[in-house]
Write a protein that binds this ligand. Structure first.
Ligand SMILES: Nc1ncnc2c1ncn2[C@@H]1O[C@H](COP(=O)(O)OP(=O)(O)OP(=O)(O)O)[C@@H](O)[C@H]1O
Length: 265
């Protein structure tokens, strides 16, 4: 290879946002994640797929130290965001979670107004100097969450009074209000109807312009629709990781093929 073609290949490669090496997770004696290595690229949607109990959510939770909140969980390995070790003792998990935000399976708005749900993160992280700036942040997050037009006249109403799909978009707006660099989504559409699902999927595609998105999904159709990279997990192992198109049309490992053709899972 001459220097020019090597350079072109470098330019084509997207930047790595998170680098995970030799990752292990134990719950007491249970070895739930085994020797997993993954690179999460910038401005890319990465899907984690695999049968129930294979470790998708456990691995996702490693990426913003949510496993710290589970007393029996022990995480080993190297997890770097840009070039920072996120498990370093000096890293404050609360600050980390502003950079690596999370949206859960069930919409979980706080028992507060729509406005206060979105303003929560910016307030605790001191992102606004005054009310006008906070209003601006809230509006921007709700617009990006594709919810603004539906709620702009009732920002003081409780977030819990919205429909399920609206609540999930509110939770997405809440997560993006702190301008995270990575957004983790754990089956974000499992409680939603097809219309709300389509809205959230469209939103995920838009978020990719600015963020890295990692989504755990049980729906292979969803993984194929929204992601550019797919990781297939099985029994705590990362079996295959690659371009979504390749994983779904030409998987290398027979276990991946069995799963995507419906023989395991
Ligand atoms: N809090 C916990 N305490 C003990 N074991 C756990 C805990 N959470 C998960 N596990 C175990 O770790 C393994 C991986 O679980 P995990 O929830 O990560 O899988 P998953 O692929 O996300 O599953 P699903 O698709 O059903 O949500 C399973 O064996 C599970 O029983």
């Amino acid at each position: 290879m001459n220097d020019m073609s090597r350079l072109e290949r470098v330019v084509e490669t997207k930047n790595i946002k998170m680098e995970c090496r030799d990752c292990q997770v134990y719950y007491g004696e249970t070895h739930a994640i085994k020797d997993v290595n993954v690179d999460i690229e910038e401005k890319t949607v990465t899907a984690f797929i695999g049968p129930s109990g294979c470790g998708k959510s456990t691995f996702l939770r490693c990426l913003n130290r949510m496993n710290d909140t589970i007393a029996t969980a022990r995480v080993e390995g190297s997890f770097r965001l840009d070039d920072e070790d996120i498990y370093d003792r000096r890293v404050d998990p609360v600050q980390l979670r502003a950079k690596v935000g999370m949206v859960f399976q069930k919409p979980n708005p706080f028992p507060k107004s729509i406005y206060d749900n979105v303003a929560y993160g910016p307030r605790i992280h001191g992102l606004a100097r005054n009310k006008a700036e906070l209003d601006e942040i809230v509006e921007k997050a709700l617009r990006r969450g594709a919810l603004w037009s539906e709620v702009k006249d009732r920002l003081d109403a409780p977030g819990t009074g919205l429909s399920g799909g609206q609540q999930q978009r509110l939770c997405i707006a809440r997560a993006i209000a702190t301008e995270p660099e990575v957004l983790l989504m754990d089956e974000p559409c499992s409680a939603l109807d097809p219309i709300a699902t389509a809205q959230v999927e469209e939103l995920i595609d838009e978020l990719r312009q600015n963020y890295s998105v990692v989504i755990v999904t049980h729906s292979m159709q969803q993984a194929a629709r929204v992601s550019q990279k797919t990781a297939f997990f099985h029994l705590g192992n990362l079996v295959e990781f690659g371009e979504t198109g390749q994983i779904f049309t030409n998987p290398v490992d027979p276990r991946t093929e069995s799963y995507i053709t419906g023989r395991i899972g």
